[in-house]
Every structure is written in structure tokens, then in C-alpha cells.
Design a protein around this ligand. Structure first.
Ligand SMILES: *[C@@H]1O[C@H](CO)[C@@H](O)[C@H](O)[C@H]1NC(C)=O
Ligand SMILES: *[C@@H]1O[C@H](CO)[C@@H](O)[C@H](O)[C@H]1NC(C)=O
Ligand SMILES: *[C@@H]1O[C@H](CO)[C@@H](O)[C@H](O)[C@H]1NC(C)=O
Length: 385
């Protein structure tokens, strides 16, 4: 299936200003692909490649239209392989000279999202499958748990992946960056491998439609899901990868009400994640100290256990804006907080392939319309009432 989405202009703060989706009838967008040494399953023919997406020119924060926030949408991103199992991946934002572009250089990987346009999302059936979201913490995703678990994300022949790179430039001038991803994969779908199925668990509900309004005055709060995500399938919950924003102190995920995962963020663990305020970051980093520490990693949960149909997942994300300086919008308001947990379930290969073959692609337009609408709304702090 070819997706013919000509130029689609999104509007709103943050997510879409100035973003354009380009038509993709010509196959994947060209990107630089380099071969690396694989880390695991070399005996099974594993391969590792580095793919450089972009370059992306991000306007400076003095730009009145974008304030330095720009979303780059690649409708048909170069993938490392097809008819293969993706076993792990990492993402980094870099300058053209190959050094990491990070908070200390006023350049943020605000968000990166991957979406498989030929599938149905496991949590929100209306949309295409959300494969992953990542932020400036640049969390690695390793479905093999360091080579100990035979599992991977199945990428089919015709799968088309939307790569959304949301870059934030706090420097007054434009800066040019690339998104550098390392992908490891195994060709084919070996018999003894399970297929990893991603599920997006979000504070705002399965279709991001359950926020509870803004209470910006609250500096310390715990934000909870209002309704759980209920699994329709049996599987082995092998990996849980969170995404939170500055201000977060921990995130907890509950299975049928019982705590199964606690993610703890690390702040300013390396110099890239520390902002020096005497620079130009004053709009977003409003701390009174001269150094502001930003989220530099978040712990993940692995080998969590078996899940059966009917199992209910919920989460609570804990924020303390007194303890950790939150991100600010250009107008001085707090940036919308997030509380997302990506659940990766290992499931029997033949069962998942059957489901995938029966899937109708979710509606990208419906997803884009909704996130555009969300962005046009005031920042959201989903609160524990
Ligand atoms: C690479 O480019 C960035 C952005 O222009 C700059 O800040 C950094 O100093 C450069 N690093 C090297 C080693 O050239
Ligand atoms: C959110 O959307 C889902 C899927 O359409 C629906 O089942 C659910 O009831 C909605 N929640 C609210 C609060 O509207
Ligand atoms: C929030 O952080 C402040 C400053 O570190 C601390 O005094 C307070 O106890 C924290 N509140 C909670 C609920 O953890």
C-alpha cells in the first residue's frame, strides 16, 4: 500500500509548527547506512547498522514562528531491513560534525516517535501502531535483554515506518542536526524467536483522550491513568521502557493493581544533560541556580513476567517540580508533562504473524488530527484528584 499524503501542514505549539509530511511514493527517504559489528546472536546472522536521518535544520528560539521547536516527519523512514526481527535500537541527536547535540549545546531531542503505518495500534485501534517513543533521555530499546531473550519486532516486506523527530533548539540561531539510530536485527523470523509486540500505556489513556485538565499551580503531584489498558492476549512481558519529562521523580506500573515496575530517572549524569543558564536557555530553564540538571536516563524493567487475557495495566507518574526544574514553554508556562510506558510483550511467532496479516492499517489522519488538537489545547497536567 502506498500512502499518498501530500503536504499536510500541522499547526499548534510544540508538536506541529511548520511540519510537513511529504509524499512517499518513491520508497524510503534516502539516508546514510553504515555497517557495525553486531552485539548478540552473531551465530544467527545478526547485523547491526547505523542509519543517519536528516539533516534537519532547526530554527533558533528567536524565530517568532517556531520558537525553535520543529517536528520533522519522515513518512517512509529508511529501515535497516525487511522480513526480519529488529532486536534492539538506540537513537541520538547529533550535530553535523558527529558530536552529540544535547541540552548543554541548547539542542534537544525533544521526542522521537516510530509508527508502523501498516498495523493497528494495540491500545488505540483507530490509529496505526505506535512502536516507540523516546525523548532527550535517549533510552535504548533492547528486546533481547542483552542477548538473553530470543525476541524481536517483526518488520514485514511492505511495512512503512513514520519517523517523527521533534527537535528543540534553545540557541537563538538555527542549528543543523541529524538523528542517528543504531539498529540490530536478525534476518528472517527464526523458529525459536518470539515476536515482540509494543503497547503504549499512557497517563492520558489509550487514545490520549483522558486528561483531567490543567492545574499548573501544583508543583508536586502524582498523575494516574483513569482507565487501565486491558490485554487481549497472553504473552511474556519482557521489557518496559518509560518516557517522562523533567520534574519526574519516579513512575510506577501496576498489573491488576500490584506494582510490577518502578522507573527512576537519573538527572544530569553527564555534562550533556546539564544546562548552564548564563547561556541562552533562560526561557525554558527557569531555575534560579546557574546549573539545571535534566533527565539523562530512566531505569527500565525487564523480564517482568507472564500476562494473560484480561490482565489490567495502569500507571502512576510522580512529579516534584520543586525538586527538579520542569521544562517551560516559550511563553513561560510549564510544558505538558508526560507519563508513558512502552510495554514489549514476547509472543509466539505464528500467532502474531497471523494477527498481523489480518490487520487493517489504522488511520494516520485520525492520529494526526488528534495530536494537532491536543497541541492546540493548553498544557495538560493530568492530576491525581
Ligand atoms: C561540533 O558542532 C557543534 C555545533 O556547532 C559545536 O558546538 C561543537 O563544538 C563541535 N565539536 C567539534 C569537535 O567540532
Ligand atoms: C477514549 O477513546 C477510547 C477509544 O475510542 C474509548 O474507548 C474511551 O471511552 C475514550 N475515553 C474517553 C474518556 O472518552
Ligand atoms: C518535593 O521536593 C522538595 C524539595 O526537594 C521536598 O522538600 C519535598 O519533600 C518533595 N515532596 C515530595 C512529596 O516528595
Amino acid at each position: 500500500m502506498k500512502l499518498r499524503i501530500a503536504i499536510l501542514l500541522l499547526s499548534g505549539v510544540g508538536y506541529g509548527l511548520g511540519a510537513a509530511l511529504l509524499s512517499t511514493d518513491d520508497g524510503p527517504t534516502p539516508a546514510k547506512v553504515e555497517s557495525l559489528e553486531p552485539k548478540y546472536f552473531k551465530d544467527l546472522g545478526a547485523k547491526r547498522v547505523k542509519i543517519t536521518y536528516g539533516p534537519y535544520v532547526v530554527p533558533g528560539n528567536a524565530d517568532p514562528e517556531t520558537h525553535g521547536m520543529k517536528l520533522f516527519q519522515d513518512m517512509n523512514a529508511m529501515m535497516p531491513c525487511h522480513e526480519c526481527l529488529i532486536t534492539q535500537y538506540t537513537a541520538d541527536l547529533q550535530f553535523i560534525n558527529g558530536t552529540s547535540a544535547n541540552a548543554n549545546k541548547n539542542m534537544w531531542l525533544h521526542h522521537i516517535g516510530l509508527m508502523n503505518l501498516h498495523r493497528t495500534d494495540a491500545a488505540c485501534e483507530e490509529w496505526p501502531e505506535r512502536m516507540s517513543i523516546n525523548g532527550n533521555e535517549r533510552s535504548p530499546v533492547d528486546m533481547t535483554i542483552k542477548g538473553t531473550r530470543k525476541a524481536g519486532y517483526y518488520l514485514r516486506k511492505d511495512d512503512q515506518i513514520l519517523l517523527s523527530t521533534d527537535a528543540m533548539n534553545l540557541h537563538p540561531q538555527a542549528q543543523t542536526v541529524t538523528l542517528v539510530m543504531e539498529w540490530e536485527y536478525i534476518p528472517g523470523t527464526p523458529d525459536d524467536f518470539d515476536i515482540a509486540v509494543p503497547v503504549w500505556l499512557d497517563l492520558r489513556g489509550a487514545c490520549l483522550n483522558e486528561s483531567r485538565g490543567a492545574r499548573e499551580s501544583d508543583l508536586v503531584f502524582d498523575a494516574k491513568t483513569t482507565s487501565p489498558w486491558i490485554s487481549q492476549f497472553a504473552g511474556d512481558l519482557i521489557l518496559m521502557v518509560p518516557h517522562i519529562h523533567d520534574g519526574n521523580t519516579k513512575q510506577e506500573v501496576y498489573l491488576n493493581g500490584k506494582l510490577v515496575c518502578r522507573n527512576v530517572p537519573g538527572y544530569g549524569e553527564t555534562s550533556g544533560y546539564i544546562t548552564h543558564l548564563e547561556g541562552t536557555g533562560e526561557h525554558h530553564d527557569h531555575g534560579k541556580d546557574s546549573h539545571v540538571l535534566h533527565v539523562s536516563s530512566v531505569s527500565q524493567c525487564r523480564n517482568v513476567g507472564k500476562v494473560v487475557p484480561g490482565d489490567k495495566f495502569s500507571l502512576t507518574s510522580f512529579y516534584n517540580m520543586t525538586e527538579h526544574t520542569p521544562m517551560m514553554n516559550h511563553d513561560g508556562s510549564f510544558e505538558t508533562i508526560m507519563g508513558i510506558e512502552f510495554l514489549h510483550f514476547a509472543r509466539p511467532r505464528d500467532e502474531v504473524v497471523k494477527e498481523i496479516l489480518a490487520m487493517k492499517p489504522g488511520s494516520l489522519q485520525s492520529f494526526l488530527d488528534w495530536v494537532t488538537e491536543l497541541d492546540a489545547q493548553p498544557p495538560v497536567f493530568p492530576l491525581h484528584s
